[in-house]
Design a protein around this ligand. Structure first.
Ligand code: GDP
Ligand code: IMO
Ligand code: MG
Length: 416
């Protein structure tokens, strides 16, 4: 496979970091195509935990090149902090990270606007300025990485942005102060900024293997997600093409990642959410706390309706199921297989928030396996109930399963 995409199939935090790290073994270049440092991707190697927000998870494999595509919005300060974090933790990043020159920058005022609009809209954002940076991009007044290489352009854009924003923000932001800071960023970042669309397409021509790392998840996608309780980018497969310059006919394989149950952090509908003690129990067993904000994640049963929708809009060739081990203590496990709304059974995901908020999930119940599976390394070793559960997930989502994860460690994986 010369180019593979790995996409969150739920509301993010499916374990993309861990799985990207595994697939990165077989890749040459790992590419982020959307999102920003709202992401938090965890990789555990020999009990040492790394959390990455912006730089692709492939960076932990020594010989790999990592690209931040122009579909990403980049906070230069967060980028430099992450580079430093990697260096301090013994990762050699030299010559292995590129930033697309078309990447839009997160500016100090974006962070302020994010927190101010949260007071009104209550999406539960990560407050990283991601949404407002995309707003400026779509509004055609965003500032791009390439502008850091041409300070006249940068100055003009900054001046106009501050002028426009002063109608709402007053004179809260000082032109000279931002200019000084971003001049410094430009000096440091210039060695990373290049035409990555050309680099990626030539790399493909030269037989290199590309791996695209999704951030967030399909149900947080700006178009396909539970709008407006979504992030501001296309986390789904279309984002790969618009965010990196790789056309659809150069994508060979699309893999969806899902937990064996569901989680969501932030506001918005979640039909199979578990409330009370049971939800708390899953949260504890799964250590479901945000990798970026530390917020407790909302937990619930696997939602096969949502997953089938996610598989349809992305065209998943296969699935990776993570965190199966977290369900090991349960006597029975439920799977949401439909939504009951106003007396009707719905078998398809809905774009109507009233339906998603007001529906009663229809559940199927399967027996649990009630034993530790974190040491399982081949499909045959799984207890029969775990095999049956996986088979049911595959049947209901109409997608085959390639890989199952039974723990956070790099080694805790089972190929099917
Ligand atoms: P991402 O945003 O999709 O990369 O996922 P996060 O890193 O935010 O959250 C996934 C969490 O689950 C991390 O703490 C991982 O270390 C952990 N994790 C990943 N796979 C497994 C698994 O199979 N079992 C368990 N118990 N933990 C896992
Ligand atoms: P990874 O890549 C889970 C959620 C936020 C909020 C909504 C909008 O680790 O899976 P934003 O800051 O993007 O404007 O917030 O999206 N969100 C995530 N939830 N995992 C993520 O990333 C997320 N990134 C954003 O909680 O509900
Ligand atoms: Mg995460």
């Amino acid at each position: 496979m010369s180019s593979t995409v790995i996409i969150g199939a739920q509301w993010g935090d499916e374990g993309k970091g861990k799985i990207i790290d595994i697939f990165a073994q077989e890749a040459d270049i790992i590419v982020r195509y959307q999102g920003g440092n709202n992401a938090g991707h965890t990789i555990v190697i020999d009990e040492k935990e790394f959390i990455l927000h912006l730089i692709p998870s492939g960076i932990l494999r020594e010989d790999k090149v990592c690209v931040i595509g122009h579909g990403v919005v980049l906070n230069p300060e967060a980028f430099l902090r992450e580079l430093e974090y990697l260096k301090v933790n013994g990762v050699n990043v030299s010559g292995r990270v590129y930033i697309s020159e078309m990447t839009h920058l997160i500016m100090p005022y974006h962070l302020y606007i994010d927190s101010a609009s949260e007071k009104e809209y209550k999406i539960g954002t990560t407050m990283r300025g991601v949404g407002p940076a995309y707003e400026d991009k779509i509004g055609r007044h965003g500032i791009r990485a390439i502008d850091l290489l041409n300070m006249d352009m940068f100055k003009e854009k900054l001046k106009r942005n501050l002028k426009m924003k002063s109608h709402v923000l007053g004179n809260m932001f000082d032109y000279d102060q931002i200019l000084e800071e971003y001049l410094m960023f430009g000096e440091i970042l210039k060695e990373y900024i290049k035409d990555t669309t050309l680099f990626l397409s030539e790399s493909l021509k030269n037989g290199k293997k590309l791996l695209f790392e999704g951030a967030q998840g399909t149900l947080l996608d700006i178009d396909y997600g539970t709008y407006p309780f979504v992030t501001s980018s296309n986390a789904s497969v279309g984002g790969v093409c618009t965010g990196t310059g790789i056309p659809p006919n150069k994508i060979d394989k699309i893999i969806g990642i899902t937990k064996a149950y569901s989680t969501r952090v932030g506001e918005g509908p979640f039909p199979t959410e578990l409330h009370g003690e049971f939800g708390e129990e899953v949260r504890k067993k799964g250590n479901e706390y945000g990798a970026t904000t530390g917020r407790p994640r909302r937990c619930g049963w696997f939602d096969a309706v949502a997953l089938r929708y996610s598989a349809r809009v992305n065209g998943f060739d296969s699935l990776v199921i993570t965190k199966l081990d977290v369900l090991s203590h349960l006597e029975t496990i439920k799977i949401g297989v439909g939504y009951k709304y106003k007396g009707q059974i719905l078998n398809e995901f809905s774009h109507d928030l009233n339906v998603l908020n007001g529906c009663e999930p229809v559940y199927e119940e399967l027996p649990g396996w009630m034993q530790d599976i974190s040491g399982v390394r081949s499909f045959d070793e799984f207890p029969q109930q775990a095999k049956d559960y996986l088979k049911r997930l595959s049947d209901l989502t109409e997608t085959k399963i390639d890989l199952v994860s039974v723990g956070a460690e790099r080694t805790q994986t089972v190929w099917m």
